[in-house]
Design a protein around this ligand. Structure first.
Ligand code: CMP
Length: 220
């Protein structure tokens, strides 16, 4: 638990108290953990793996977040009384999750101001990100939105290598389109432009940013 940012600032006594309350859950890739509209009774922490948070229309999907090791989710329905799951959660890789039930979560929140502050801090970051998405969808064209999404993914899932910053999540063009709020064809076209401009490289659905400065400069 010490490696999970939400708990990093907890005193050791508190950590020792909360640790046994978690249940470990090993899940395979492409497992739906809960569906939008479900009653939410659990908070999830990711020990390892990737989880996609999304909402569905009849035929389309919009991806709200991609979470990985150290992230938590499922807090919204626990903290907004009477509200159900605001989105669906599905694993994109095999995952080890820690699950905490509502009673334990609430009891711990009441006890630990540090935990509450950390939770609020993360919520504010997520709200900022949601505001950015509203801004980008309103004002930016598809090339800029794709570039911003790739940059954001590299901040969250990036691994530095001599070749550049690798985004450590396998994404199809359709999955990237769902994150950006566009169609697959536009992603294919823009990724080809970025490849031609040598800003990125792609190997087996993994994108590497070869020239971050040039990408940032274009977005300025
Ligand atoms: P909950 O509503 O219980 O179930 C879906 C979860 O997805 C939600 O809690 C949050 O943890 C997470 N979530 C929903 N919307 C967003 C968002 N815009 N950004 C990041 N995480 C989100």
């Amino acid at each position: 638990l010490q490696h999970i940012p939400l708990f990093q600032e907890l005193a050791e006594d508190d950590l020792n108290e909360i640790a046994p309350l978690f249940t470990e859950k090993k899940v395979k890739k492409n497992t739906i953990l809960f569906v939008e509209g479900d009653i939410g009774e659990e908070l999830f922490l990711i020990q390892s793996g990737v989880v996609k948070i999304y909402r569905l229309d009849e035929s389309k999907e919009v991806t709200l977040a991609l979470f990985r090791d150290g992230d938590f989710f499922g807090e919204m329905s626990l903290l907004s009384s009477g509200m159900t799951r605001s989105a669906t959660a599905e694993t994109m890789a095999s995952c080890i999750l820690y699950v905490l039930n509502r009673t334990a979560f609430t009891a711990f929140m009441e006890k630990s101001p540090r935990l509450c502050l950390k939770l609020l801090e993360t919520t504010m970051q997520r709200l900022r990100h949601a505001n950015d998405q509203i801004y980008d969808l309103t004002f930016l064209g598809v090339r800029a939105r794709i570039m911003k999404t790739i940059l954001r993914l590299s901040e969250q899932h990036g691994v530095a290598t001599p070749q550049g910053l690798i985004i450590d999540v396998k994404l199809t063009h359709q999955q990237l389109a769902n994150l950006v709020g566009t169609v697959r064809e536009s992603v294919t076209k823009v990724l080809q432009e970025l490849l031609d401009d040598e800003l990125i490289s792609i190997d087996k659905k993994v994108i590497t940013l070869k020239n971050i400065e040039a990408i940032q400069a274009e977005l300025r």
